[in-house]
Write a protein of this length. Structure first.
Length: 254
């Protein structure tokens, strides 16, 4: 098969947008998520709309044994992965450090950091055998510019920033490693962060124009489409209305 991309956290939000965009430019896609129904729906959409091949890989990135078993059990023709997008991640809670929920901390660290490591550890050797591949890690402006109440989430995204730099050293020159650091993106993550409080989540995006998942997807395509001798080490992507992680230029709402 020509061009295979593996996308974690693929069934919604940024991961879904990236999967659609990659399929639209001819990539066959391995879709990973914990939720089988949503992922199967996306798989059928991609196959029908873009006439690409799609493999569904249902596992939880926080479960090391599940991750390795899923990669080991891929059909042989699907193991020639050209692009890995480590997109799976979460944000939980919005508290000062001394008031934080340690269960939320564990989930964010397990998903955002350890999950990225487990998937990379399983797939990078396959790329190294072929001496080619590109890993794109989904970081955040939060890892470069911490904000109040963000503490542990910001810490996990800072970890991705440093890990991406370390991966780039370890895997060069055969495997490219890029990281993307978006500002606020209008997805369902705010609902997750606020534990299902939809009204509070809506207020995050009121009065200004945030990034859309499709904006991030376009940036990923830009990074992976560079010539063989060029690597985009990192890309910071911000909405015009959001010059820093914590400043938003909002218009009055009626």
């Amino acid at each position: 098969m020509d061009k295979i991309a593996f996308v974690t956290g693929a069934s919604e939000g940024i991961g879904k947008a990236i999967s659609i965009k990659l399929a639209s430019i001819g990539y066959n896609i391995i879709l990973n998520n914990r939720y089988e129904e949503k992922t199967m729906e996306l798989a059928e959409y991609l196959k029908k709309t873009y006439q690409v091949k799609v493999q569904v890989s249902i596992f939880d990135v926080t479960k090391k044994e599940e991750v390795q078993a899923a990669i080991n059990n891929l059909p042989q023709e699907w193991k020639a992965i050209d692009v890995l997008v480590n997109n799976a991640g979460t944000a939980l809670g919005y508290s000062l450090i001394h008031e934080g929920d340690t269960d939320d901390w564990d989930t964010m660290i397990d998903t955002n950091v350890k999950g990225l490591l487990y998937v990379t550890r399983a797939i990078a050797p396959l790329m190294m055998e072929r001496k080619k591949g590109h890993i794109v890690n989904m970081a955040s402006i939060a890892g470069k510019e911490p904000y109040e109440y963000g503490n542990v989430y910001c810490g996990t995204k800072a970890a991705i920033d440093v890990l991406s730099k370390s991966m780039r050293i370890d895997l060069a020159p055969h495997i490219k490693v890029s990281s993307i650091h978006p500002g606020t993106v209008e997805t369902g993550i705010s609902v997750v962060r606020f534990k299902g409080d939809v009204e509070r989540a809506k207020k995050v995006y009121e009065g200004w124009t945030p990034l859309k998942p499709e904006d991030v997807a376009e940036s990923v395509v830009f990074m992976i489409n560079t010539p063989a001798h060029v690597n985009v080490n990192e890309l910071v992507l911000m909405a015009t209305d959001q010059p820093t992680s914590y400043i938003f230029h909002k218009k009055p709402t009626k």
